[in-house]
Each structure stands twice: as structure tokens, then as C-alpha cells.
Design a protein around this ligand. Structure first.
Ligand SMILES: Nc1ncnc2c1ncn2[C@@H]1O[C@H](COP(=O)(O)OP(=O)(O)O)[C@@H](O)[C@H]1O
Ligand SMILES: [Mg+2]
Length: 348
């Protein structure tokens, strides 16, 4: 049984039963409004992840509804790079829970903390997977709204080092376009003017509570790539207000200058200027466009690598030519000296 005392905020002990169906095994992470546990199905013993919305939030109609929409949003989208939602329910004590596939690995935030920054090719591969996941969500009329490294999970999969699963559609928004069963309540939940998301990754229109569409996810994916390749955020002030001011007014900084050691190609700054453009209509129009631009930047880097490799080969060839010339000159001089010595000896 779950404690339902509103004061009880501690994590729940291993063995706690949720709705008589799932058993908690261990706490994985304490989140903003609840916790994520590793658990198992009581009968099948299938290992799962269980997200619990705890008191007092599980009593708030608005957070309960949002939590339910996370379950609905993720259940609709079946994609290899989006965490699979398995179940959703409310316990007799009124606690909402969401059951997902259990992911083994770490989120990208943890990776960044450990590694600082990632090589361009690796970062590009990761963000392209994120792009494909978001493109699928957008096809379903769902925008994530809270894309950030902590919401991208790296799992080991079939020997792939960086297989990404997008998680946490907790504040996802359904676009009215092409969506038939959108309730008034859910519209109210995501009404314009409500600012949701994590400030560093928020597009200007999102940070001011203006009208938003899928291009806020394009923007956030651009910020994630920026952070992965430079190890730094494009806009970060000493206070949240200062960060917002930069998001709204500052130019996109040069990633190449911020991380010269990464040896990024010139095209990368162009990509970030477009992905992080203040005006959504000047950004990449879709996740697929952003993914294609990322591929072009990687190709530019490979070319410049190829150019510098070709340059090195040319320099080595010139060097060896110079070496050969030197050997030739020395040999000629030796031959002349030998001939002179012979002539002198013969002449005696
Ligand atoms: N299915 C899962 N398997 C393993 N760990 C997970 C899973 N879902 C979330 N986590 C971990 O828990 C953290 C918080 O989960 P998230 O869904 O982002 O909740 P919150 O709304 O609190 O941010 C994630 O950053 C990740 O490290
Ligand atoms: Mg999260």
C-alpha cells in the first residue's frame, strides 16, 4: 500500500506495491513532481520503470491531467528512439503512475557531466536520432516542449554505444492541427501564456509564453547539439532573467570560437545561427531539415579532414622530393670528388 499522507515525500521502500500490479525495486531518480523507480510486474516479473506522481501533485487536477497526457502522448508514438509506455493508472489512494520500459544506461546530462563535450561526429549521430524521434512525434501532432540532455537517455543497444531514447513527454503539447479529440481542458492546460520547459533550451517564443509550434523542438535540438559539441550553453546568464534576456536579444555565439579545440568546420556556426534563430520562420522548418543540415556539417568536417590529410600527403611528397634532391646532390658531389681523387692519383 502507498502512504497517502500529503506530508510523506520520502522515496518509497523497495517492495512497495503499486495498484497490486507492480512492485518497486529501487529508486532511480527523484524528479520535480515525483519519482522514477525500477520495478517489476507482480505476475510476469517483467522489469519496468515506474514514474509516480506523488502528493500533493497527484491531487492537483492540472498536474494529474498533464501526467495522463504524458501517458497518452507516449503511448501513441511507437518509435525506436522514444521510450515505450506500457501502462498508466491511478491507485486507490489517488497516486498516478506511468509504467515504461526500463532503460539501462544514463541520460545525456550525465554523459556531458562526465565527458565535458563530445566529438562532432558522435554528437551529430546522437542529435540525428533525437531529430528522427521528434519528427515522428510531430507527425502525430505532438511537440515535446522540454527537450534537454536530461530527457535523452543513452542505452546500450546491439553494441551501439549511443542509442538514444527520448523520455519525459510530461509537458508535451498536442497541436490542434489534425487532432480530433482534443478536449477543452487539455487546451486550457497548454494555453498560450503558460511558460513550460527548461530555460536554457527554450526558444524565444516559448520563453515569452507566445504561440508555439514544432519549431521550438527544432530550437531545443539546436541547443542540445551546441552543448554537446562545445560543452557550453549558447545562452547562459548569472540569473534566469539574464538567460531569458540573452535568448531574446543576444546573437548566437560562435561555437568554433567557444570550443576551438573541437576544430569545428565553418558550416557549424551557420547551422547554429539558423537552428537558434529568434524568429521561428527563419529556423529549419522541420526536424528532418535540421538532421540534413547536421549531416552536411559532418561531411564538411570530413572534407576538411580529407583536405588536411591530402595536404599532409602533399607536404610529405614535397619533403621526400627535397630529400631525394639532397641525396642526388650529395651523390653527385661524392662522384665528382671521387673522379678528382682518381684523376690526381692517375696523374702522378
Ligand atoms: N524508463 C526509464 N528507465 C530508466 N531511467 C529513467 C526512465 N525514465 C526516466 N528515467 C530517469 O529518470 C530521470 C527523470 O525522468 P523524467 O521522465 O525526465 O522525469 P521528470 O519529469 O522528473 O524530469 C531521467 O532523467 C532519467 O535519468
Ligand atoms: Mg525530465
Amino acid at each position: 500500500m502507498l502512504p497517502c499522507d500529503p506530508q510523506v515525500q520520502d522515496s518509497l521502500p523497495a517492495g512497495t506495491l503499486i495498484d497490486d500490479r507492480y512492485r518497486l525495486v529501487r529508486l532511480l531518480r527523484k524528479g520535480g513532481m515525483g519519482e522514477i523507480y525500477a520495478g517489476e510486474h507482480v505476475h510476469t516479473h517483467k522489469r519496468v520503470a515506474i514514474k509516480l506522481l506523488r502528493e500533493p501533485w497527484s491531487r492537483e487536477p492540472i498536474t494529474r491531467e498533464r501526467f495522463k497526457r504524458e501517458a497518452q502522448a507516449t503511448s501513441q508514438i511507437v518509435h525506436e528512439h522514444i521510450v515505450e509506455t506500457l501502462d498508466f493508472g491511478v491507485t486507490p489512494e489517488g497516486v498516478c503512475y506511468l509504467v515504461m520500459e526500463l532503460l539501462y544506461g544514463e541520460d545525456l546530462q550525465a554523459t556531458l557531466l562526465r565527458e565535458g563535450r563530445l566529438p562532432l561526429r558522435r554528437a551529430a549521430d546522437i542529435v540525428q536520432q533525437i531529430c528522427s524521434a521528434l519528427a515522428e512525434a510531430h507527425r502525430h501532432g505532438i511537440i515535446h516542449r522540454d527537450l534537454k540532455p536530461a530527457n535523452c537517455f543513452r542505452v546500450g543497444f546491439r553494441g551501439v554505444q549511443d542509442f538514444i531514447k527520448l523520455i519525459d513527454f510530461g509537458i508535451a503539447k498536442r497541436l490542434p492541427r489534425g487532432v480530433d479529440n482534443i478536449s477543452q481542458e487539455s487546451v486550457a492546460l497548454t494555453a498560450e501564456g503558460t511558460i513550460m520547459g527548461t530555460s536554457f533550451y527554450m526558444a524565444p517564443e516559448q520563453s515569452t509564453g507566445g504561440p508555439i509550434d514544432h519549431r521550438i523542438d527544432v530550437y531545443a535540438a539546436g541547443v542540445v547539439l551546441f552543448q554537446l559539441v562545445t560543452g557550453k550553453l549558447p545562452f547562459r546568464g548569472p540569473t534566469a532573467a539574464d538567460t531569458y534576456r540573452q535568448i531574446l536579444t543576444a546573437d548566437v555565439p560562435s561555437a568554433r570560437k567557444l570550443a576551438p579545440e573541437a576544430e569545428l568546420p565553418a558550416a557549424v556556426d551557420e547551422l547554429f545561427r539558423k537552428a537558434l534563430h529568434k524568429r521561428p520562420e527563419r529556423r529549419f522548418a522541420s526536424m528532418d531539415e535540421l538532421a540534413a543540415a547536421i549531416a552536411a556539417v559532418v561531411a564538411a568536417k570530413d572534407r576538411s579532414k580529407g583536405d588536411s590529410a591530402a595536404g599532409a600527403v602533399r607536404a610529405a611528397a614535397a619533403e621526400s622530393r627535397r630529400g631525394l634532391q639532397l641525396v642526388g646532390t650529395v651523390a653527385l658531389m661524392a662522384a665528382l670528388v671521387t673522379a678528382l681523387v682518381i684523376a690526381l692519383v692517375m696523374g702522378r
